[in-house]
Design a protein around this ligand. Sequence first.
Ligand SMILES: [Zn+2]
Length: 410
Amino acid sequence: MTPNIKRRFFSNLLLATFIILTSCENETQTIDYEPNYASSLDATNLPSGNRPMTMFEDAESPSKMYNKNDRWFRVNQPLQIIQKGKDSVQISLYSPVGLTDVKIYAKLGNYDKRFVLYHFTKIPAFHRSTHQIPLVAGKNDYLLETGNTVTIDKIDGFSTGAIEFSIESTDPLFSKFKKIKSSQLVQFNDGYHLNEPNKFLPMNPVLAKEAITMIINYSYALSHPMYYDTFIHFDRYKQEQATLAGTPVSGATDWHGNTADSNGVYDYFSKSEIEQQYLKYVDNRTLWMAMVTGASALGGGNLASQWESDYITGHWKGEMSVWSHEYSHHTGYNHDSNLANSGEGGGQQGMLTDFYKYLIYLNDLPFTDPEILKGWTKTSYLSKIYSKPVFKIDPKNPFLLKYKGEGKWN
Ligand SMILES: [Zn+2]
């Protein structure tokens, strides 16, 4: 922001007239003013001036999804609002299902109330469009979140960050997005398959849509109170498993770190350290999603990867074991820790997989219907033939046995 623009911005705000209309008990005292709000927008039917487009169309060039500056989102913000220049915003929905009734609020630095900048009746799946900030166009009335009206004079432009955007929606899918605690930044990185083609394969938009669907679901699962409770009390979970099997607890009795095990001695985390490990899974790091060849899946640093089959059909069936393992490498654990490995009597891989399947069973994930993407039907973008994924829960699933159909996140 140049000093010149900043001065102009603030002096304009000082001159702006804020007319707050409060509702009155007494009819006769009501100010005779009919607010004139901007009309609602339907993003399925926008004029070309808004440059509407669908991201990740099947035939879109993969170079677009690999452009990390243009295609990125945080898992807790699948609907992304970014200011472009000093007078426009870009909205992008990284979701395989659209949203209805979305209010985008703005808050200015020197005015403490949020007001509705745009109201979208519909935003379709993977939509992107650009919109002029109405404040730049002229003097307008805006609906405050209190239900009152504010009138704001024309403001010539905004430096980046001068408007704080926030989103509200009555759509049940949006309520699920709001529950996601993780704020990891998801991108696709072509460096892996370009530099190590023997280990990695290029992805395409058909696969990217599946990857985005899966990472939103997985991030929701990690954020789920039942998962947190099981993670924090993994020793209890292990005991329950042993009791069900009628055997003593095998291997480690609780979470332990990366020190190599020796003769049944583990570097156990304390309960407060376990809480810290949980927070690492739902932090704000960058995640580069990639796809591996037939050999082994890989994870570590920003990377987590798995096979084409897991992106296309596995995650719909709750087969999240490989993903959990690679994501744990991404979170900093090696094969000596039961947070990454399934050995020594079972670790996070098995627990997460059973938990994820239980959430599909409860229909308690943002997306549980493979028909929304139909990835398996898009054979020209896949290396082999898949059949439609069909989910089935094992009657011995430990979460099903314990919670018996209860525990949906309200
Ligand atoms: Zn590994």
